[in-house]
Every structure is written in structure tokens, then in C-alpha cells.
Design a protein. Structure first.
Length: 152
């Protein structure tokens, strides 16, 4: 399944790229992320690995159960691809998952396009229509990213 959304951000591609490259910023725009942490043995750039943990907003939340691990598999000035590498927690639903971020300069700033490519595991195939119906969540996250970059 492929979900794609774009947004205009009134900042240069370099500014947006720097914001996206800092994993500590993910919790500022991804509604499901409460915190991030780099994998200790990982270096920046291609091969860099990090984890996200869920939010702890409610008394019954368990951030560790929503833990997801990722690896940067492509990093260029105008394009980055992040792949899901964990298979437990919320990641158990996906056979494969990648997020592609592409920045294009515009006269007003930058056009950021985010494309989520994923394959749901067969035993969770019933989730595919639900995920498709929730595709507006991607645009909501991009709007939060825009606000964070433009006000930061």
C-alpha cells in the first residue's frame, strides 16, 4: 500500500532538511511518537538507526509497547528514505514499511512530499482498509511538521 501527501513549508529546503535530520524533532510532528532515541552503536547518515516510543499522555499508555526501530537507507540533500526494521510492538503488523521524504525548492520555500510504502502481514490484512481510510493522518502529521519548522 502506498500513501502520499505533500505540503508547502515556508522555509528553504536546507532548513527543512536540517529539521528532519534531527530525530529529536520527530515527537514535535508525529502524533504517535512521544520520544526518540538513537541506537548506541549507530552513526549518522545511511545506516543510522533509531527508535521511537509511543506517547505517554494517558495513565494507561505503555510507550515501550509502541516502540518502533528504523534505519536510514537513503540520505541525499533532497531525499531521505527511512525503513522500519523492528518486528515487535506496533511494527508486528508490517512485513515491510518505508517512508520517503523528498524536498523540492519553490518560490515560497519548500515542497515536502512524504510517501509511506508498506506491506501488511497476511494475518493482519484486515487492517489494510482501515489504514487506507486513515490516510488523512499523514497530512495531519505534515501540517504539524510545517508548524514546527516555520515557528522553530
Amino acid at each position: 500500500m502506498r500513501l502520499e501527501s505533500s505540503i508547502l513549508i515556508r522555509r528553504t529546503p536546507e532548513q527543512v532538511g536540517r529539521f528532519l535530520a534531527d530525530i529529536a524533532n520527530i515527537e514535535k510532528w508525529d502524533r504517535g511518537v512521544g520520544s526518540t532515541r538513537a541506537t548506541p552503536s549507530s552513526r549518522g547518515g545511511v545506516g543510522f538507526e533509531f527508535e521511537t516510543l509511543g506517547r505517554s499522555d494517558s495513565p494507561n499508555s505503555k510507550p515501550e509497547e509502541a516502540r518502533m526501530s528504523y534505519r536510514i537507507v537513503r540520505a541525499e540533500p533532497d531525499h531521505c528514505t527511512v525503513a522500519l526494521v523492528s518486528t515487535t510492538g506496533n511494527a508486528r503488523f508490517f512485513k515491510t514499511a518505508q517512508w520517503h521524504f523528498r524536498l523540492s525548492p519553490t518560490s515560497e520555500g519548500s515542497l515536502l512530499t512524504c510517501c509511506a510504502d508498506f506491506t501488511v502481514r497476511l494475518r493482519y490484512i484486515f487492517l489494510a482498509p482501515i489504514l487506507y481510510l486513515k490516510r488523512s493522518a499523514l497530512q495531519m502529521d505534515l501540517q504539524a511538521l510545517k508548524r514546527a519548522v516555520e515557528t522553530g
